[in-house]
Design a protein around this ligand. Structure first.
Ligand SMILES: [Zn+2]
Ligand SMILES: [Zn+2]
Length: 387
């Protein structure tokens, strides 16, 4: 027999009625007893007399606890699911319910009335499916597309590039001032993944990273390979390029957020107008002095980092540079000013303060009622008033 042809032809799920097989397929085991159970399941107890030598069952037909490496698979460390020793497939799609056999031997098969659209992996025991457990990519549709492509065996190399591509999107947005510049930087990625770091586009003629010989040469993609051409197709899609041209640099918001937190430190509640104004001025002085703080260094002069586990990264950690301690030069300057200038001759400073227009209290716009009337109308549960 032509083994290879047979192999590709039968690398499909043999389970009757399985129309949307899982990528991971399992060979029918050799052990006589287990094999018989598998056969009963695959053919719904009507095992034909002549069966192909090689039969596969896809991962959709097993309970989650049948898998030996579900954790690794979900974490992206394994490309296919493997089974525990004596696992038997037991899950069939609902659409086959009509054909369900009544034979006692097949009693294990669960036919579950599931309410979701894709009842693939739902069983009585668990509502989880392989898909729900997989890490969710909460990013642009573009990344989702790439993740899907990288799942193909021939495009596996793309997997390593996904984090870089994600960073490249933010970097492109944050560092460009014009649409064409953004597009040039964006498309430069297609050269970069091929280990080409100078580009034809005069707007962005050269990668900005230092040129060095990579330790892992296998990561570079080659033009014409399926992985590269599919990446190229996604990145240079007309609609994508149009979106890239319009990306906005939202990197400034983080420094704005930290300014807000400084304000909260200085003016954490409502103060009278002048008190609030002074506190806001102090917050601005503090922020301006400390906004560009350098990274802290150890006594040996090495930059300090701390390791973070942000919630959105689901267990993945990131290194964050530790900033140097804030400085308070502005406090010294203010004290100098107060002791050497204001105390000597306060008049000009008092005049300046008096010039600041202080708005009326918000409550001033309402008529003030007579206090005695308000008190008289106060009726509580214990003081029922003089009715
Ligand atoms: Zn299947
Ligand atoms: Zn490069």
């Amino acid at each position: 027999m032509q083994q290879t042809k047979q192999q590709t032809k039968s690398s499909r799920c043999a389970v009757v009625g399985c129309t949307d097989p899982h990528r991971s397929i399992q060979n029918v085991p050799a052990s006589e007893e287990t094999r018989a159970k598998w056969m009963d399941f695959i053919f719904e107890c009507n095992v034909p007399e002549r069966i192909g030598k090689i039969l596969f069952v896809c991962a959709n037909h097993f309970e989650l606890d049948c898998f030996a490496n579900l954790g690794q698979y979900n974490a992206g460390l394994a490309t296919r699911l493997t089974l525990q020793a004596v696992s038997v497939p037991s899950i069939r799609r609902i659409s086959d319910e009509g054909n369900a056999s009544t034979s006692g031997q097949c009693a294990r098969v669960h036919h579950v009335a599931c309410q979701t659209d894709r009842p693939k992996m739902c069983t009585v025991g668990t509502q989880l499916s392989v898909k729900t457990l997989r890490p969710h990519y909460k990013s642009t549709g573009l990344l989702k597309k790439l993740v899907k492509i990288a799942q193909n065996k021939e495009c596996e190399k793309l997997k390593k590039w996904l984090p870089s591509i994600k960073k490249h999107i933010y970097w492109t947005a944050a560092t460009s001032t014009s649409g064409p510049e953004r597009v040039a930087k964006w498309t430069s990625l297609l050269n970069h993944v091929q280990d080409i770091h100078s580009h034809d586009d005069p707007v962005f003629p050269q990668c900005l990273h230092p040129l060095r010989i990579s330790r892992d040469k296998s990561k570079w993609l080659t033009a014409g390979t399926p992985a590269f051409s599919r990446l190229e197709k996604v990145l240079t899609n007309k609609r994508v390029l149009k979106d890239v041209g319009k990306l906005s640099p939202h990197y400034q918001t983080s420094s704005l957020e930290s300014f807000h937190s400084v304000i909260l430190r200085f003016a954490h509640k409502n103060f009278p107008f002048l008190g609030m104004l002074c506190r806001l001025y102090l917050a601005v002085l503090h922020f301006n002095e400390n906004a560009g703080r350098p990274q802290a260094t150890s006594s040996a002069g090495e930059p300090l980092f701390k390791v973070n586990f942000p919630k959105y990264k689901k267990g993945e950690c990131t290194a964050k540079p530790v900033k140097a301690e804030p400085t308070f030069q502005y406090v010294d300057n203010l004290l100098d000013l107060i002791f050497h200038k204001v105390f000597q001759d306060p008049a000009p400073y008092v005049n300046e303060v008096l010039k600041i227009p202080i708005p009326a209290d918000l409550s001033a716009q309402f008529d003030k009622p007579d206090k005695r009337e308000v008190v008289a109308s106060y009726v509580s549960r214990f003081n029922q008033g003089q009715v």
